[in-house]
Design a protein around this ligand. Structure first.
Ligand code: U5P
Length: 375
């Protein structure tokens, strides 16, 4: 049994979901898990006797112009390392979490190993900022082990930060009990979708990088040739612009804005095709969630997306901004039920063989063993 601390951003988003699921699966295998976060992770909604939650409190003392979250986190980490005698502190994101963990390790008396998982944003967004570049590099190089969620992210990190550190790729995973195709026929009815209509789905945080407008333009071409509806799941800064585009293309009756949803697997279960046309994506967890629910995907040739989708087998890869090609592939697939069925099963097969949670969790455990035995 190992004692493992986990720090992540506890809100919606791929990294928080992975960190929480990892904690749950490790607890189910008999390990003791200590979440050190600013609020209870969003998917931690059951009681687990071996999962503990340590809240990072933000102090609003008048002497501080800004509440020092990073220092509060480091000090909470040091406290938990010593009190609980953690073996491993696994942090998600180098910036600021790895840097806080390294500081905590310095402060704590008990020896702990730091494992950092890179999810992307700290490298692809913050890594560009010269002031943070050295800090991120430091966080990565001082960690005892570093993982990234795709080969593409390892390459990018190595190039951008000129890092001299071995990084292992450990792909994302889903909870297979939750992400499986369910018999939810009446959901289609509830949303006013006819049984013979195809359902295309897009799930994201509606940030610019997700290029939701490209999804709308592609759907506009698709719906001319296939009787279909588009489900948009999630919310974010581009939401209003996307609504406007849908209005101007007169697609209001065919595009359903569902906002943020909790039970994404129910919506995937009524979907035939998923579109993710982002300009940056280090893995694309929503793709794996879709595949796990037997939904083929069309994604852009960007970041880790081509490592998840197998072109011509579980979906298609298109160049960024190639709306015509996206629509052509979608129409080809949706109009050919045999091909669609084949792609659905191949998607499920790939999700279960290449990204099975048992296998991915084992890779993390092997890495923990490796760092613990190297002391
Ligand atoms: N997500 C939801 N509800 C939403 C939007 C997103 O649960 O309304 C989840 C996705 O299912 C995925 C994560 O697990 O947030 C987003 O991952 P990523 O796009 O940050 O990789």
């Amino acid at each position: 049994m190992k004692k493992i601390g986990i720090t992540c951003y506890p809100t919606v988003g791929g990294s928080g979901v992975i960190a929480t699921e990892l904690g749950i699966q490790l607890a189910e295998q008999g390990h003791e898990i200590h979440f050190i976060t600013s609020s209870i992770p969003f998917r931690l909604n059951h009681i687990y006797p071996t999962i503990f939650y340590h809240e990072v409190e933000l102090n609003h003392y008048p002497v501080f112009q800004y509440p020092p979250y990073d220092l509060s986190l480091a000090s909470k980490m040091a406290e938990v390392i010593d009190r609980e005698k953690l073996d491993i502190l696994h942090v998600h994101y180098a910036m600021p979490h790895a840097v806080c963990a390294i500081l905590a390790k310095e402060i704590a008396q008990h020896d702990v190993k730091i494992v950092t998982t890179l999810h992307g944003t700290d490298i692809t967004v913050l890594g560009i900022d010269r002031t943070f570049k050295k800090m991120i590099k430091y966080g990565i190089e001082q960690s005892d082990a570093v993982t990234a969620v795709s080969e593409s992210l390892v390459e990018q990190t190595t190039d951008m930060l000129e890092i001299n550190k071995e990084m292992s790729v450990i792909y994302n995973f889903v909870n297979e009990k939750e992400y499986q195709k369910k018999e939810t026929l009446n959901i289609k009815q509830q949303y006013g979708i006819q049984q013979d209509e195809k359902v295309i789905i897009h799930i994201s945080n509606f940030r610019k990088v997700k290029r939701v407008n490209d999804v709308i333009h592609a759907f506009n071409l698709i719906q001319r040739q296939v009787k279909s509806k588009l489900l948009l799941v999630g919310d974010g800064p581009e939401y209003a612009d996307v609504c406007q585009l849908v209005d101007s293309l007169r697609l209001q009756d065919q595009v359903l804005f569902l906002g943020k949803q909790k039970n994404v697997s129910d919506l995937l279960s009524i979907s035939d095709l998923k579109l993710l046309l982002s300009e940056k994506e280090s893995f694309g967890l929503v793709l794996l969630e879709a595949m796990s629910c037997e939904v083929p995907c069309i994604g852009t040739n960007v970041g880790g997306i081509p490592e998840v989708i197998r072109h011509g087998e579980t979906g298609y890869i298109v160049e960024l901004g190639d709306i015509e090609k996206t629509a052509a592939y979608a129409v080809h697939l949706l109009n050919n039920q045999d091909l669609l069925n084949r792609f659905s099963l191949q998607s499920l097969d790939r999700a279960r063989t290449h990204f099975h949670s048992k296998e991915i969790v084992k890779q993390y455990l092997d890495l923990y063993d490796q760092v613990l035995s190297s002391s």
